[in-house]
Ligand binder design. Sequence first.
Ligand code: FES
Ligand code: FES
Length: 156
Amino acid sequence: MSSESILSLRVNGQPFRRLVPAERSLLDFLREDLGLTGSKHGCDVGDCGACTVLVEGQPRLACITLAVEMEGASITTIEGIGGPEGPHPVQKHFDQQVASQCGYCTPGIVLVLVALLRDDPQPSESRIREVLGSNICRCTGYTKILAAARAAVGAA
Ligand code: FES
Ligand code: FES
């Protein structure tokens, strides 16, 4: 029988306190317990970046992170970044450059770019490519994603 513990954390600025099984992933916790389905299940083994969230502002793969490890943490998901009513500049440029096709990879990619541009507002092309190397897109061929990232430099 799995053990459970009380988890207290902040997600998108809101405090939560929930009972979670020891083996529950952060991704399942966010999606199923909190209903935040913007973070996606892709590979579930840490290879694709679809599940990326920000933990204390740093990108983290939620599929290979245990929810219980997040005690006291502050997490940002794509829902906390912006939406149709008030998109973040990175999201705005994704839209303008048509950098999403199926959109499955988009939340994770937007989050790594948001973290990059916060820490380095004028990243080099090679730095942008290096950061995007953690996230797989099966649709776009990356050209438009790179265009959106370049366009967001200076605007984020
Ligand atoms: S779903 Fe987490 S890295 Fe692929
Ligand atoms: S837009 Fe479909 S996986 Fe990236």
